[in-house]
Design a protein around this ligand. Structure first.
Ligand code: SAM
Ligand code: SF4
Length: 356
C-alpha cells in the first residue's frame, strides 16, 4: 500500500459526525482473544530509539533498526485506525522514547481525531517535554506517564547512562503546566541498589505536585545491563517501606490495566505493577505493536504477528491488517512466564523494542 493510499483511507475515516458519534461507530466492533478477554487497548511504539540508555531497558551500545525496517508515521496511523475500527478505544504511544521521533505530534493529533478513539496517552522519559508538552496537549493527548526512578542526580545519571535529572524535572513541570485533561502520572521501576529506600520520597514528590505514582517490578527483557536476580525489588518489600511513611489503604480504583492501587490519606494513589509477585494476566485487555510492525499479543512471551507485509505488500491493506490482528487474538497466550532466574520462557527482545 502506498503512503498516499494510507492517507486517503485514514482521511475518509475522519470525515463526518461528532467525536461522540464517531466513537460510537468504532465501539460497535469487539475484539476478543481465545480466552474471552476483550481487547480495547493498543500500545503503539513509534520508535525503538531513545536519548537514554536505562540499565534495565537496553545495553549501552544498543543497535537500532534501520529506517526501511520501521513503520512510517502514516503506517503507524493506518495501524491505529484499523485497531480503532475493531473496537480499540485507548491508544498509548510509547517507544523507545516516542518524543524523539520526528513529527510525532502530527501522529498524535491524527490518532486523537480517529473515530472510536476516546483516549490518547503517551509514555515518556520526560526529556523532550519542555519542548513538546504544550503542542501535545493542543493535539488532543489526554494523559502522560513520565518515568522517574530516582531524585538523586548522580544515581539518575548512572541508571540512565545518558540522562539528566534536571531535564526530566523540567519536563514534568512543562507537562503539569500544559494541563492534560487525564493528568500526568509518574512511573518508577523499582531497582535494588538504586531506589530501594527512596520510594516514599518519590511518592511525596508526585503527591506534592498533584500526581499519582506507580511502582513497577523489573521484568527480564533482553540482556540490558543489570543482573536482574540481584536488582529485582518487589512490591512485597516496597509496600512496607511506603507504609512506614504513608497511611495506605487498599483502593478499589482500577485504571483498566494491571496496576493494583493503594490510597494515601491525601487521596493520592500509589499503584503497583507486579508481574512477578502477583500475576495480573487474567484481566489483560491490551496488545502491543512495535515500530517494526510486529504485533505482540503478550509482553512476556515471544509470540508475534508481522503487520509490515500487510502494510507494504497487500492490495487491500485494511483487510489484511484486520486478518492479522484477528490471528494475534487466536495466539494471545493465557499469561506471561517471566522468570528472573533463568528458567522458563525468557523474552529475548528489549523493552524499548516492544514499547513498555
Ligand atoms: N522511553 C519511555 C519511558 O521511559 O517512559 C517509554 C518507553 S519505556 C520502554 C516504558 C516503560 O517501561 C518505562 O516506564 C520504563 O521504566 C519501563 N521499563 C523499561 N524496561 C523495563 C524492564 N526491564 N522492566 C520493567 N519496566 C521497564
Ligand atoms: Fe529509553 Fe525509556 Fe528504555 Fe529508559 S526505559 S532506555 S528512557 S526507552
Amino acid at each position: 500500500m502506498t503512503v498516499a493510499a494510507l492517507g486517503r483511507g485514514t482521511q475518509a475515516a475522519l470525515e463526518g459526525g461528532t467525536k461522540a458519534e464517531r466513537a460510537g461507530q468504532g465501539a460497535g466492533a469487539a475484539l476478543a482473544d481465545q480466552w474471552g478477554r476483550r481487547i480495547t487497548y493498543l500500545r503503539l511504539s513509534v520508535t525503538d530509539r531513545c536519548d537514554f540508555r536505562c540499565q534495565y531497558c537496553m545495553p549501552e551500545k544498543m543497535r537500532f533498526l534501520p529506517k526501511r525496517e520501521i513503520m512510517s508515521l502514516e503506517e503507524c496511523l493506518a495501524v491505529a485506525r484499523v485497531f480503532s475500527e475493531m473496537g480499540v478505544g485507548k491508544i498509548r504511544i510509547t517507544g523507545g522514547e516516542p518524543l524523539v521521533r520526528k513529527n510525532v505530534v502530527w501522529l498524535l493529533a491524527q490518532i486523537a481525531r480517529l473515530p472510536g478513539v476516546c483516549e490518547v496517552a503517551v509514555t515518556s522519559n520526560g526529556s523532550q517535554l519542555p519542548r513538546l508538552a504544550g503542542e501535545m496537549a493542543a493535539a488532543g493527548v489526554n494523559r502522560v506517564n513520565i518515568s522517574l526512578d530516582t531524585l538523586d542526580a548522580e544515581k539518575f545519571a548512572r541508571l540512565t547512562r545518558t540522562g539528566s535529572l534536571a531535564k526530566v524535572l523540567a519536563g514534568i513541570d512543562a507537562a503539569l503546566a500544559a494541563g492534560f485533561p487525564g493528568g500526568v502520572k509518574i512511573n518508577t521501576v523499582m531497582v535494588r541498589g538504586i531506589n530501594d529506600g527512596e520510594l516514599s520520597h518519590l511518592a511525596r514528590f508526585a503527591f506534592e505536585r498533584g500526581m499519582d505514582i506507580s511502582f513497577i517490578e523489573e521484568m527480564p527483557m533482553g540482556e540490558a545491563g543489570l543482573d536482574r536476580g540481584l536488582t529485582y525489588y518487589g512490591a512485597d518489600e516496597a509496600l512496607p517501606e511506603l507504609r512506614d511513611v504513608f497511611a495506605l489503604r487498599p483502593s478499589e480504583y482500577s485504571s483498566g490495566g494491571p496496576a493494583r492501587y493503594w490510597q494515601a490519606e491525601s487521596g493520592r494513589k500509589i499503584g503497583f505493577i507486579t508481574p512477578h509477585s502477583h500475576n495480573f494476566c487474567e484481566s489483560c485487555n491490551r496488545v502491543r505493536v512495535a515500530v517494526s510492525g510486529e504485533l505482540y499479543p503478550c509482553l512476556g512471551q515471544n509470540g508475534k504477528v508481522d503487520l509490515l507485509p500487510a502494510l507494504r505488500e497487500s492490495e487491500d491493506a485494511d483487510s489484511e491488517l484486520r486478518a492479522r490482528i484477528l490471528e494475534a487474538m487466536r495466539i494471545k497466550p493465557k499469561g506471561h512466564e517471566f522468570d528472573l532466574h533463568g528458567g522458563g520462557v525468557q523474552v529475548v527482545r528489549f523493552m524499548s523494542a516492544t514499547g513498555g
